[in-house]
Ligand binder design. Structure first.
Ligand code: CA
Ligand code: CA
Length: 406
């Protein structure tokens, strides 16, 4: 009977060290940066697009407290910059004249923007990106486009595209901690508002909300790399959808670089997209863990009346030093809020208010404390203060006489 248990136990012992491999949330800090370069290749029936991405740089600039859906979130503010240089080559058929034109257009797109990620699990909260376009359209193509447009849209060559997007809930690409062979799925609503600028005109596109849903799988784990399939790439998936291209994506996350090091998309068996993290990065996987701050505050007067202007002061601590604390967010419990280390507030009516202070340190540690502030009606009862003084004096006399008698 006993031997029956030997094999399963041996198997369990073998499995345990392997299943311990898991990818924790990376310990990002201000100043960490990553640089990418890569290529983009699309072949369609009549048109092919080839482009090179250079010096795409992401850097953790600061930490901020953001309010998302009535929730306060600690976020990393990550500026992003990069340049895409490419060519569009192909043939276009003018449906009106039935003539074909050879196309050879060079373009340069300079990207600049800011991304916000939650400090807790690096979910994308929002982004604000501007793309400066420099498209060299030959006169023959311009004329061709003008004559082939079936509806009189008027040709508008954009010079600048601005897109602001917010995700609700924040879009989690990774389900930290990621275990070997783990599957996960996420959905989020993206609300975008865009602007197109060109030829001295500015066109605003109305805000649009759509749903993002994707599935992911961590299918292979090696010493440092976590290989995953992900059915969504921000920005590119939207373009791919428009062009009806299927991007089968492989993401490779590096534990030592604290970031994605490779994105690869395949169309059929051909490479459509290949972005690699060049060796320029700054991240220390072995750095000591940050101690999150401990939120606390004081306020005066302690027994406020409706007419009082209350002074609030931060009294938070951080084991790494007070200078770690970067931002303060005050919620006065009456719909009003403020930022800064010190602030003041006056309540419009008497009552009990739950005042909340959230603090964030420069490494993304967040803490919140709530205190109830009771505001009494203005004026107060005359002589009330004197009654307290009488009580205190009476108490002192009682204590003194009690001491004497003992
Ligand atoms: Ca997980
Ligand atoms: Ca700290």
């Amino acid at each position: 009977m006993k031997t029956k248990f030997v094999i399963p136990l041996a198997l369990i012992l073998l499995i345990v060290p392997l299943s311990n491999t898991q990818l924790e949330v990376p310990n990002w800090r201000i100043g960490d940066y990553w640089e990418y370069s890569g290529s983009f290749n699309i072949k369609m029936e009549n048109i092919s697009i080839q482009a090179q991405l250079t010096d795409l740089r992401l850097e953790v600039a600061s930490t901020e407290i953001s309010r998302v859906n009535e929730e306060l979130l600690g976020t990393f503010k990550v500026p992003m910059d990069g340049v895409i240089i490419g060519t569009i080559i192909g043939k276009m058929l003018n449906p009106l004249t039935n003539k074909t034109l050879e196309i050879d257009v060079d373009f340069t797109i300079s990207l600049t923007g800011i991304l916000y990620f939650t400090t807790m699990n690096l979910s994308l909260v929002k982004y604000d990106i501007t793309a400066y376009l420099d498209i060299n359209i030959p006169p023959a193509l311009l004329e061709f486009l003008e004559t082939s447009l079936l509806t009189p849209l008027g040709l508008f060559i954009p010079e600048q595209l601005i897109e602001r997007a917010a995700f609700s809930p924040p879009l989690s690409f990774m389900d930290f901690p990621v275990e070997t062979n783990e599957n996960w799925a996420f959905s989020s609503n993206i609300t975008t508002s865009s602007e197109i600028i060109g030829e001295g005109q500015r066109k605003e596109l109305p805000p649009q909300t759509s749903e993002i849903y994707f599935e992911a799988e961590n299918f292979k784990t090696t010493a440092d790399a976590y290989h995953m399939t992900l059915s969504y790439i921000p920005f590119l998936s939207d373009i791919a959808d428009l062009m009806e291209i299927e991007l089968g994506n492989e993401w490779q996350w590096s534990a030592s670089k604290g970031m994605i090091e490779k994105i690869q998309g395949l169309q059929g068996n051909k490479e459509v997209l290949a972005i690699d993290l060049t060796n320029t990065y700054l991240y220390d996987a072995n750095r000591e863990k940050n101690n999150p701050p401990l939120a606390n505050f004081t306020y005066l007067p302690l027994d406020p009346k409706q007419t009082d202007n209350l002074n609030f002061e931060d009294f938070s601590t951080d084991l790494d030093g007070y200078s770690d604390i970067m931002a303060w967010y005050w919620d006065f419990g009456d719909g009003k809020n403020a930022t800064g280390r010190q602030t003041s507030h006056q309540y419009e009516s008497s009552g009990s208010y739950d005042v909340e202070l959230s603090v964030i340190d420069k490494y993304g540690g967040v803490d919140t404390i709530q205190k109830t502030v009771t505001v009494s009606g203005g004026g107060g009862t005359p002589g009330f203060g004197i009654t307290i003084v009488f009580l205190a004096v009476a108490l002192l006399i009682i204590i003194k006489s009690a001491k004497k008698s003992s």
